[in-house]
Structure formats: C-alpha cells, structure tokens
Design a protein around this ligand. Structure first.
Ligand code: 2AM
Length: 176
C-alpha cells in the first residue's frame, strides 16, 4: 500500500453556510450546467500539495502548527466560470489580507518542502459545480454571504466507490 496521500490545506465552510449555498445553487443553476459539489465537500483551498509522503506530511503539519495569524472574514460576492477545468466557483471581490498571507505562507512552505506549486496566481474560490464545460449564464450576484475563517485544516482527497470525499486530517486555529 502506498503511504503517500493526496493532500491540501483549505478553509472549511461552516455547516450552516454550506446549506445556504447549496439551497441557492439549486435555484441559480439548471441541473444540466454541471455536477454539484456535495455540501460537505465545499471548501476554499489555500494550498494544493498533491501526493505527499508520510514524512513530508508530518513536516508540513509541524510548519502549519507554528503559523500564528489572526482570523479574517470575507464576503462571498463573486462568481465565475472556468470552462477549461469546467468549474463554476464562488469567491470574493475583496480578498482579505489575512487570507492572502495564509495562502502565501502555506504555498511557500509546500514549495520549500518539494510540493509542486502552480505558477498561476492564487485565486481564492469555492468550487460549486464541476464538469461545466459548456457556456454558463453566471448569475449577476450572490446573496453576499459573510464567511469568517477562524481555523484552517489539512484535508486528504479520497476517491472511493466512484466518489471524491475530503477527509479532515488536522485543524489549526487562527488566533484573535
Ligand atoms: P478546484 O476546486 O478548483 O478543482 C482538492 O482537489 C482541492 O485542490 C480542490 O479545491 C481543487 O481545486 C484543488 N486542486 C486540485 N488540483 C490542483 C492543482 N493541480 N493545483 C491547484 N489546486 C488544485
């Protein structure tokens, strides 16, 4: 059995917000637009790590545990469609400095630990629909949910029985 796991650092959406988002999504997008991401899988990725060995995972967890940064909040008021990966996403027009700093730190720690990091700029987003490769009429606005991040987490992406599930492995508080 391989000891490497497919990992990423992310912000978790609180349960209540997950439910609000999926209720809105069901009205905002026709079923044929794309495959809805399960409520429990809604998250905002901070750093994607790829397949990581147990040793590297443990080093990255130690580094994450030393991060001392205040929490932050943002308004989820942006929507977009990336036709190539077939993703419809929810984001923010004004990314808080704390979010950008946290992602930058996790991404640079990952790069220094040998995890390939995309040269594309960080674009904070929550994937709502996948397999959305045809043109999409993106609604002009969202309800503008407020999303407060008080912690961040390390997740494993598990593919089983034809489904992807994200399992939280560890979580760290953002200080106040
Ligand atoms: P996505 O939602 O835009 O597809 C788990 O797969 C998380 O890691 C998802 O948020 C996914 O982003 C992100 N992810 C997957 N592969 C990635 C890659 N090669 N580079 C950056 N992020 C990636």
């Amino acid at each position: 059995m391989s000891s490497s796991r497919r990992l990423f650092f992310a912000l978790t959406l609180p349960d209540a917000l997950q439910q609000q988002v999926i209720r809105w999504r069901a009205e905002a997008f026709a079923p044929e637009v794309g495959r809805p991401v399960a409520a429990a899988n809604l998250h905002l990725t901070l750093a994607f790590l790829g397949d990581v060995s147990a040793q590297k995972e443990s080093a990255l967890k130690k580094l994450a545990g030393r991060i001392s940064q205040p929490g932050f909040s943002m308004v989820l008021d942006d929507l977009g469609h990336w036709p190539r990966p077939g993703v419809v996403w929810l984001g923010t027009r004004r990314a808080p400095r704390g979010l950008l700093q946290l992602a930058e730190l996790l991404r640079s720690q990952a790069a220094r630990s040998g995890c390939y990091q995309s040269p594309m700029p960080f674009h904070p987003h929550i994937t709502l629909l996948r397999s959305a490769t045809q043109p999409v009429a993106v609604p002009p606005a969202t309800p503008g949910w407020n999303f407060s991040a008080d912690e961040f987490a390390l997740y494993q992406s598990v593919f089983e029985n034809g489904r992807t599930r994200y399992q939280m492995l560890d979580q760290w508080s953002l200080t106040h």
